[in-house]
Design a protein around this ligand. Structure first.
Ligand code: ADP
Ligand code: GLC
Length: 538
């Protein structure tokens, strides 16, 4: 056995394709760097399983190999994964390694599009992760999957629970961080993934004739969560459901919105190694020092020190409404303001940014690429944070902006509704506008610029913003309550399993399908030779 004797605590295993500081392409990485630690701090025994991306080899983390040949149980060959381990703030972090899948420049895609084998990569990841858990002294109480890359875990677990006593007491949670990314592939790839044929139906992994990994997670998890209450309400409608509103409506009784937290250990202007000067609500002069340094860093006009500087940090994608910012930019530039943009995304949006920077030298600063430290400096050195998202499951950058005293101007969608108190409320911490349209966005920016000209009122808003606390402790408590509700005696009636009829339970599955269900993890479970042979017939 690979671990210390099973603890009597609640055993939670989180599956994720990103975890800060080991990997991050966006908010998922941040969440997974903080939530496991918060759960552990509240008494759970937490492990995270995540891919071992090639760049980790040179990133200076202390990571050691703990298993060189973890079987993954594919039928056609004895494929294995290497398992590496480290601990992060007391949390066990296991990495699933297999060079051909994860030693790549990027996580999921290049400018040309998604990696062609993403389905295979993340099916492999989930299978290896469950296979590794199978070797623990005791099964986890909770398997908590995040986004489509881990979406098959609840589906596999659903079928494993039927055939393997080890998993009988394990429940699953599927968290949706972004419904637009679903892991949608052809039926042919479903045939190879190892799920039984019965998973192929409209309340399972099938989606308009395709194989949908996120849908699998939603369909088979015992509970489904998303990262803000407002987004949980939005995604059951066609406007935000990305085609999955139907299955989400079916799962509505088990669908919860739990607001993300912000990791103030990482995002705090009073304690930030990337800033020129620390500051607090009481020492806001420090923010001016950061602003001056930021303007120099971007070769921007000195006069802007006394004018509002607006910023955008995020993926240059339609979701984030970067096109809306480009649209209002010529109008914005008529005022004496500075704008700074940090992001990477589609080639088209990156190229446009470059053109605009050339068009407005000294007034528009642009950085194309991904830079963790620059993101901190921009939050600190700007006055107003722009976030015209078309949809936003939660959004972390606006939470960071609030903490850095940089009031946001944002669309009233998803998590932005749940985190920003809009002007003109006496408790306002920012500005929102109803629809992601250039005109409304511009009008909200106007309101912000107007208030900025009234220093006492503006400073009061900055201070209210900085006082907001979206703590991970609170979010972790909500997840722990949810886990507890699944483990309560009535919990067996939750989830897809409960939607089976009595007839389904009592009738054995037809031969071949049943075999497939039972042998999916055959190699890991040291099943008899006979079953292994049956696998090769898949
Ligand atoms: P999403 O996950 O949809 O991209 P979030 O607001 O939840 O949006 O989280 C984005 C995270 O990624 C934040 O930590 C933000 O600072 C970071 N980020 C996004 N783009 C960049 C970039 N170009 N450089 C550095 N950090 C970035
Ligand atoms: C996604 C969402 C973002 C959310 C993040 C972390 O990437 O787009 O809104 O904050 O996940 O949950």
């Amino acid at each position: 056995m690979n671990s210390a004797p099973a603890s009597s605590k609640l055993r939670v295993v989180l599956l994720t394709s990103e975890m800060f500081p080991f990997s991050k392409s966006g908010g998922l990485g941040d969440v997974m760097g903080a939530l496991p630690v918060a759960l552990q701090n509240q008494g759970a025994d937490v492990s995270v399983i995540t891919p071992f991306y090639g760049r980790l080899r040179t990133a200076g983390h202390e990571i050691r190999l703990v298993k060189s040949d973890c079987p993954v149980g594919y039928p056609w060959a004895p494929v294995t994964a290497e398992i590496y381990k480290t601990t992060y703030h007391g949390v066990n972090v296991y990495f699933v390694a297999r060079g051909e899948y994860f030693d790549r420049r990027a996580y999921y895609n290049t400018y040309e599009g998604d990696y062609f084998d993403n389905c295979e990569r993340f099916t492999f990841f989930v299978r290896a992760a469950l296979s590794w858990c199978r070797q623990f002294d005791a099964a986890p109480h909770i398997i908590h999957a995040h986004d489509w890359q881990s979406g098959l875990a609840p589906a596999f677990l659903h079928f494993l629970r039927r055939s393997d006593p080890f998993w009988q007491q394990t429940h699953s949670v599927m968290t949706i961080h972004n419904l637009a990314f679903q892991g949608r592939f052809s039926f042919r790839l479903f045939e190879n993934c190892g799920l039984p044929g019965e998973a192929w139906h409209m309340d399972g992994v099938e989606f308009y004739g395709d194989f949908n990994m996120l849908k699998g997670g939603i369909a088979y998890a015992d509970a489904v969560t998303t990262v803000s209450p407002a987004y949980a309400r939005e995604i059951i409608s066609p406007a935000f459901g990305c085609g999955l509103e139907g299955i989400l409506q079916v799962r509505r009784p088990e669908l919860h919105g739990i607001l993300n937290g912000a990791d103030y250990g990482v995002w705090d202007p009073n304690n930030d190694r990337y800033l020129t000067c620390a500051y607090t609500p009481e020492t806001l002069d420090g923010k001016r020092v950061c602003k001056r340094a930021l303007l120099r860093e971007f070769y921007m006009a000195d006069q802007l020190e006394d004018r509002p500087v607006l910023c955008f940090i995020g993926r240059l994608r339609r979701q984030k409404g970067i096109d809306l910012l480009y649209e209002i930019l010529p109008e914005l530039m008529k005022y004496e303001v500075g704008v700074i943009v940090l992001g990477e995304g589609s080639l088209e949006y990156e190229a446009r940014l470059q053109e605009l920077v050339e068009q407005y030298p000294g007034r528009l600063g642009g950085a194309i690429g991904y830079s963790e430290d620059l993101a901190h400096r921009i939050h600190a050195g700007s006055d107003i944070f722009l976030m015209p998202s078309r949809y936003e499951p939660c959004g972390l950058t606006q939470m960071y902006a609030l903490r850095f005293g940089t009031p946001p101007v944002a669309t009233a969608v998803g998590g932005l509704i749940d985190t920003i108190v809009p002007h003109p409320s006496p408790r306002a911490t920012g500005f929102t506008f109803a629809r992601p349209e250039a005109e409304q966005f511009l009008e909200a920016v106007h309101q912000a610029l107007e208030l900025w000209q009234r220093p006492a009122k503006w400073q009061a808003m900055m201070k209210r913003a900085m006082a907001q606390a979206f703590t991970w402790d609170l979010a972790a408590r909500k997840y722990l309550d949810l886990y507890a509700s699944l483990l309560a005696p009535t919990a067996t009636s939750l989830g897809a399993a409960s939607r089976q009829t009595d007839a389904e339970h009592s009738n054995p599955l037809p031969g071949p399908v049943r075999e497939r269900a039972e042998v999916a993890y055959a190699a890991d479970q040291k099943v008899p030779e006979k079953q292994t042979r049956m696998q090769s017939g898949l």
